[in-house]
Design a protein around this ligand. Structure first.
Ligand SMILES: CCCCCCCC/C=C/CCCCCCCC(=O)SCCNC(=O)CCNC(=O)[C@H](O)C(C)(C)COP(=O)(O)OP(=O)(O)OC[C@H]1O[C@@H](n2cnc3c(N)ncnc32)[C@H](O)[C@@H]1OP(=O)(O)O
Ligand SMILES: NC(=O)C1=CN([C@@H]2O[C@H](COP(=O)(O)OP(=O)(O)OC[C@H]3O[C@@H](n4cnc5c(N)ncnc54)[C@H](OP(=O)(O)O)[C@@H]3O)[C@@H](O)[C@H]2O)C=CC1
Length: 429
């Protein structure tokens, strides 16, 4: 058994955000690669009329868990759903559940967050910063806690071009901001948000930067690790290639291009597209949990989980591969044949948006109306244009991240672990 799997044997793990894209993959990999893990507690909020238990039961039916179902048929018994709502006081965890968590948890992986770029600042603060503070309060009381791993983003400091594996001073003292927004009317907060976030593009990156600072300041004597993934895409190898369950980041735009809807997008051809497969991120995350608990670094280590510095890929190449892949494997019910082009020129992009997005949408909606059907194309294009506007910031420029801690972590792995947990070699190939 690899030393990482040996470490997690007999341990009780807590995951927040386990129903999310990355959280699911983390849960699955832990169950499959560390079969001796004792229990995995997952904080799951009731949602859309489903209880915590019902949501969990539904979640593990998804294809992602097929492999672990074959390898470890009783894996479900290791998953212990705990009802929580991270924006509520004490995370809305019942006193009994809290007592149980305090008495047994050895490692925490904090994945839960709002990743929306257009999230109102107050909510983004509540979930990405205040919930993290609440979780740290809980973690500090855990009698047997060995490591607390916080999932941040490589773009938390995207207002810098060169980003080291350190926690930068926050744009504002989080407590001051939290106290101010407590009493402010939503409309006032909305008014001042652009000024507050300053040279960051959205409330997401802003609050993720604040969260890192809070983790550093409020972790007292806990062993902390911070993971900063860049743009997380579909799985590369595990449990099978190509698994993803959302339209976030470029994924939605790739689909829109494959459906022949997206024909033009503002991006810079030679800007680095720092995409990283979700299974590679999860392998690094589990390795960091092991390293933090076993080697107990004196300071909080930050891991820039990025690819641009190791095996750079560019948006111009993405354009080529996305279009050629969908030409070879066309999507069903495509609106048109895939033929997307990126351009860094605003006017050219606006021209193509008019000619190859809006005009065809109007014509097609007119045809739908004529044939007694509900027009829908313009609505789809408006939603797509909103996504594109929010994502352009990230596809029009490049960043450089150091990766000394990631390299160090790789160096600590045994040959067996390197085989089981590719998070570096994969990027070199
Ligand atoms: C040849 C092609 C070339 C392409 C070039 C690509 C360049 C693009 C580069 C991109 C870089 C990305 C950099 C990310 C860096 C940071 C990473 C991280 O750290 S965190 C993760 C990132 N977070 C996000 O990606 C959230 C971004 N998304 C949002 O904030 C929202 O989705 C938003 C504001 C864009 C839209 O919000 P709404 O409210 O209008 O829509 P909603 O509620 O999200 O979704 C409504 C429905 O539309 C689908 N949808 C959402 N986005 C879509 C999309 N882009 N394409 C298609 N469908 C989409 C959803 O699945 C949903 O479907 P239902 O109603 O549930 O059935
Ligand atoms: N995807 C990416 O490209 C990247 C993601 N990250 C980071 O990785 C982490 C996970 O991201 P990702 O998996 O993409 O995000 P998702 O949006 O897929 O998942 C978010 C998770 O947080 C949970 N959550 C949200 N609000 C609450 C709440 N109020 N109470 C309890 N749980 C809640 C969601 O639960 P529910 O199912 O109930 O909504 C879900 O499990 C985040 O911290 C993000 O910043 C970093 C870099 C890139």
């Amino acid at each position: 058994m690899s030393s990482i799997a040996a470490y997690y044997a007999g341990k009780n793990v807590l995951i927040t955000g386990a129903t999310g894209f990355m959280g699911k993959v983390l849960l699955e990999k832990l169950l499959r690669s560390c079969p001796e893990v004792k229990a995995i507690y997952i904080l799951v909020r009731p949602k859309a009329g489903q209880s915590t238990q019902e949501r969990t039961a539904d979640m593990i039916k998804c294809k992602l868990f097929d492999q672990v179902g074959e390898d470890c048929p009783d894996f479900e018994e290791k998953i212990i759903p705990v009802s929580a709502e991270l924006t509520q006081p004490h995370l809305a965890i019942s006193p009994d559940d809290a007592k149980r968590l305090l008495s047994c948890i050895n490692i925490v992986f904090h994945c839960a967050a709002t990743v929306r770029f257009d999230e109102p600042l107050k909510y983004a603060l509540q979930l990405n910063v205040m919930a993290t503070q609440q979780l740290l309060v809980l973690a500090r009381q855990m009698q047997y806690l060995e490591a607390f791993i916080h999932i941040s983003t490589a773009y938390a400091n995207c207002n810098r071009r060169y980003i080291e594996e350190i926690i930068y001073p926050p744009p504002v003292e989080p407590k001051k901001l939290i106290d101010s927004v407590e009493w402010m009317d939503e409309s006032i907060i909305q008014e001042i948000t652009p000024k507050l976030i300053g040279d960051r593009p959205n409330t997401y990156t802003y609050t993720k930067a604040l969260a890192e600072y809070v983790v550093q300041q409020e972790s007292s004597n806990m062993n902390i690790g911070i993971i900063r993934p860049s743009i997380v895409g579909a799985s590369w190898q595990e449990p099978f290639p190509g698994w993803i369950d959302n339209f976030n980041g470029p994924s939605g735009l790739f689909i829109a291009a494959g459906k022949g809807i997206l024909r033009t997008m503002r991006a810079t051809n030679d800007a680095v597209a720092d995409l990283i497969p979700v299974d590679v991120v999860v392998n690094l995350t589990l390795a960091a949990g092991w390293y933090t608990a076993v080697h107990r670094p004196k300071t909080t280590l930050v891991y820039n989980c990025t690819t641009g510095g190791i095996n750079p890929f560019h948006w111009g190449e993405i354009e080529y591969h996305v279009v050629s892949s969908f030409k070879r494997n066309p999507l069903e019910q495509a609106f048109r044949r895939p033929n997307a082009n990126i351009t860094s020129n605003y006017l050219i992009n606006q021209y193509w948006i008019t000619v190859s997005h809006k005009a065809p949408a109007l014509v097609y909606d007119f045809y739908l109306k004529l044939t007694g059907r509900k027009p829908r194309m313009m609505r789809i294009f408006n939603r797509l244009h909103k996504s594109m506007l929010l994502l352009e910031y990230f596809s029009s420029q490049s960043w450089e991240w150091t990766s000394d801690n990631v390299n160090m972590l790789m160096g600590q792995l045994s040959p067996e672990d390197r085989r089981v947990r590719t998070f570096h070699r994969a990027l070199l190939s």
